[in-house]
Design a protein around this ligand. Structure first.
Ligand SMILES: *Cc1c(COP(=O)(O)O)cnc(C)c1O
Length: 371
C-alpha cells in the first residue's frame, strides 16, 4: 500500500498560470498586484471591508493583538484547546492569557465558562473555531457587548464556513486566517487579517510593514514586524480562492464518507456532523478514543503509522504547556474536558486531495485497532 499522507493540497487550477505571470512580469515581492487582488477578493468572500495579507496565520494573531493595543496588565480570554500561536500572541504582547475549557461534543471553547473569567483587566475574547464547527458566537457577542470587550476571531480553520448563515471571519472586531497547506485554501505559507474598522486595518498594514512612515520612512514611532506576503504566495491564493466552494463541498462530502465508514465503532467519538448553527466543514477529521479504550491516541497513531497512514495528535492544552508553566502561568488551572481530548484525540488523513479509496483504507485500519 502507498503511504497516505495526513494532508495533501490540490494545486491543479490556475496556480501555475498566475505564478508564471509573476515570473514573467518580475513581480515577486509584496509590491506585486496579486497581493491586493487576493486581499480584496478574500475579504469580499467573507463579507469584510478590509483584508491585510501577511506571511502566516500565527503572525496575523500577533498583529491583531498589537493592533487592538493589548499589552501589559491586560487579560485576554481564549480556549485552552488551541494552537500555541493564540496564547503566544497574547504573552508576547505582555498580556495575560486566561483559558477556558472546551465543550466535549464540539471541542470548541465552552462559551458558558467565559463570563466567570471576565475581570476589570479583560480586554478581549479570542475565539478559535476548532476543526470544523464554529464557536457558538451569539453568547460571546453578547458578553463582548455587555463588558465592552473586543472579539479576536481566529478563523484559520474556517474558510468557507458560516455561523447562522454569516461567514466565519466576519463575527468579531478583527479576524485572522491561515493559508498553510493543510487549510481549505493555501498559499504555501500565508495569512490574512480581516476587519470592517478602517483605523484597525491601517494599524495592521503599518505593523505588517515595520511601521515605516509614509513621510519619514526610516523614522519609527512604533515597532512593527516584516509580515508581508509575497506576490508569489498571493498568486497561488487567488487561484485557490477560485476553488474554495468546490473544496468546501468536497471536505463536507469527505466528512460524510468517514462518518459512514466509521459509524459502527462504539469505542470512538466522531466529529459532530452539525450543530444548531452550522454544518461541519471538517477542516480535519478528528477521533477521540472513549474512556473504556485501554490505550491512548499516541498508541493508536503509532499503529496507523506502521500501516503508513499519517495522523496528527489533537492540540495540547495551553495551560499544560511547559513553556507557559515555566513562566509561572496557569498554576492552579484545570480543564478536564480539554485535558482528556488532548490525550485521547487525533486526526486521520483529511486533505482535499485524499481519494475515496484512501478513505476506505484509513477506515479499515482504524477499525482494526479498535476491534
Ligand atoms: C493553522 C492555525 C494557525 C496558524 O497558522 P500558520 O499559518 O500555520 O501560522 C492559527 N490558528 C489556528 C486555529 C490554526 O489552525
Amino acid at each position: 500500500m502507498k503511504p497516505i499522507p495526513v494532508n495533501e493540497p490540490l494545486l491543479n487550477g490556475n496556480e501555475n498560470k498566475y505564478l508564471f505571470e509573476c515570473i514573467e512580469t518580475g513581480w515577486i515581492s509584496s509590491e506585486g498586484p496579486f497581493v491586493k487582488q487576493f486581499e480584496e477578493q478574500f475579504a469580499a468572500s467573507v463579507g469584510c471591508k478590509y483584508g491585510i495579507a501577511v506571511c502566516n496565520g500565527s503572525v496575523a494573531l500577533d498583529a491583531a493583538v498589537a493592533a487592538l493595543g493589548i499589552g501589559s496588565g491586560d487579560e485576554v480570554i481564549l480556549p485552552t484547546f488551541t494552537i500555541i500561536s493564540c496564547a503566544a500572541a497574547i504573552v508576547r504582547a505582555g498580556a495575560v492569557p486566561v483559558v477556558v475549557d472546551c465543550d466535549p461534543h464540539t471541542w470548541n471553547m465552552d462559551v458558558n465558562q467565559i463570563e466567570d473569567k471576565i475581570t476589570a483587566r479583560t480586554k478581549a475574547i479570542m475565539v478559535v473555531h476548532i476543526y470544523g464547527l464554529p464557536v457558538d458566537m451569539d453568547q460571546v457577542s453578547d458578553l463582548a457587548d455587555k463588558y465592552g470587550l473586543h472579539i479576536i476571531e481566529d478563523a484559520a480553520e474556517m474558510h468557507g464556513q458560516t455561523y447562522k448563515g454569516r461567514p466565519c471571519g466576519s463575527l468579531g472586531t478583527i479576524s485572522t486566517f491561515s493559508f498553510y497547506p493543510n487549510k481549505h485554501i493555501t498559499t504555501g505559507e500565508g495569512g490574512m487579517l480581516l476587519t470592517n474598522d478602517e483605523k484597525l486595518a491601517e494599524r495592521c498594514r503599518s505593523l505588517r510593514n515595520l511601521c515605516f512612515q509614509p513621510q519619514k520612512r526610516f523614522v519609527h514611532e512604533e515597532l512593527g514586524w516584516n509580515m508581508r506576503m509575497t506576490n508569489l504566495q498571493a498568486a497561488i491564493g487567488v487561484a485557490q480562492l477560485e476553488r474554495l466552494d468546490e473544496f468546501v463541498a468536497r471536505k463536507r462530502r469527505m466528512g460524510q464518507i468517514y462518518t459512514e465508514l466509521l459509524a459502527n465503532i462504539p469505542d470512538v467519538q466522531l466529529p459532530l456532523p452539525r450543530a444548531t448553527y452550522a454544518t461541519n466543514i471538517y477542516w480535519v477529521y478528528g477521533l477521540v478514543l472513549k474512556d473504556n479504550v485501554a490505550f491512548d491516541a499516541q498508541e493508536a497513531m503509532q499503529y496507523l503509522a506502521a500501516h503508513k497512514i499519517g495522523t496528527r495528535p489533537f492540540f495540547w492544552c495551553m495551560h499544560e504547556q511547559p513553556v507557559f508553566r515555566k513562566m509561572g502561568l496557569f498554576e492552579e488551572e484545570s480543564c478536564p474536558v480539554a485535558e482528556n481530548i488532548a490525550r485521547r484525540g487525533f486526526y486521520i488523513p483529511s486533505g482535499v486531495a485524499l481519494t475515496d479509496e484512501q478513505m476506505t483504507q484509513v477506515a479499515l485500519a482504524v477499525k482494526d485497532i479498535l476491534k
